[in-house]
Design a protein around this ligand. Sequence first.
Ligand code: SAM
Length: 433
Amino acid sequence: VPAGKRRHALTMARRPAPIDIWGDPSVGRALSRALDVSQTGEDALHRYTHGFHVYPARMHPLTARRALGLLGLGPGALVLDPFCGSGTVLVEAMLAGARAVGVDAGPIAKLVAHAKTRLVSASARRELVTAARRLAALVVAEGKAARRAGYEAPGPRAFPDVDPVKREERLRGWFDPHVRRELEALAATIAREKDPGLRAILEAILSSILIKMSRRSSDTSGEPVARRLARGMAARLFAERAELLAAGLGALADDVPPGTPAAEVRAGDARALEKAGIIPGSVAGVVSSPPYAGTYDYVDHHALRMWFLGLPQAGLDDAEIGARRHFHGPAAAVATALVGWERAFLKTLGEISRALAPGGRAALLVGDSLAGMGLASRAVFIDDVIGRLAPRADLALVAAASQARVALGTWEQRAFADRPKREHLVLLERPRE
Ligand SMILES: C[S@@+](CC[C@H](N)C(=O)[O-])C[C@H]1O[C@@H](n2cnc3c(N)ncnc32)[C@H](O)[C@@H]1O
């Protein structure tokens, strides 16, 4: 089953499934309210900047908001998401008046989470929209000029960290030629923008339209699709996305409690948080969704975006935990990969524990998963894993809520035949000394 088909199952049940609670009953009930977002409409998914950029295994904003509510945060408390992805938790933490810090190993995560959490004035938001419209108009004009005789195309962009020959190889065939020309023109024009803050936001906007403008069906599925994309469409969509982001940033700026800073987003490895600038004992609370074992592969999901935008992927390639690509091969290889993944998970829990102040809490959204493929595949029951590993990381298990998720495809159904596949929201606490 292509991972794309599973995407929604990770955060939303198709119809409400019963929830089991473990541990402290009142915390368990609150966790279950945070986990069960099946009855909520689309609105929360798109409010603020949440709907700006698709992201595989994005957390539901209401889960993030309700989980943050369980951390007992005081005003200005430091909240960390060590797997921040597209920044859902960071946006919600800002709305709760916290100082939000996100860490992620992937460059697309950093780009998107940063853009979604800027606190910008109304005039700067207008400037963003004006700049995007100007860029789009330039690109359309350029496209018209390109169709005239004697036109000389501008030279290719230079990327400090990316081999242009490899880039060309990776991108070949993934875009209609006229769309590719438009996207490259947008990227080249963005690269000339002098203000680095504005440039970073414009790049995130470009990233937000790339897959829609490509022949790849989605981030999680590499299936080629044919799309009929008119000339000028990429430029038009780019300008529209800028408007959407500016509106979302406006709503965020309006609703964030006074004095709340913009989130900080750092490139880093959740297994080495101090290296990512997180001071041990400084964090009041953590909300995060660590990668599931063998479900996603962010190097693959974001390959087209990273190659197009000239972003280095080596860091993610080395650091990514739980990636599907680690679980290829026979049963013995899957077993070895699981040992490595558990070691990485334990390291992460240890780092979360070290980052937390005594008494600090961590709410983790985790899912059972199928590791490996075909006959070699097997179920991973993540609640068992956390139960075993948390005490070794000096974290006490306060409560958990678990809700069944649909097992998709033959192998998953087989692996979860005797015990349902579930998603869990787990609350851990660093004991007071
Ligand atoms: C389930 S996603 C998080 C999604 C996020 N909650 C959101 O709403 O967008 C998991 C993230 O973990 C990141 N990741 C994987 N291994 C990592 C590591 N060792 N350190 C930091 N981030 C990592 C991936 O790049 C991915 O963005």
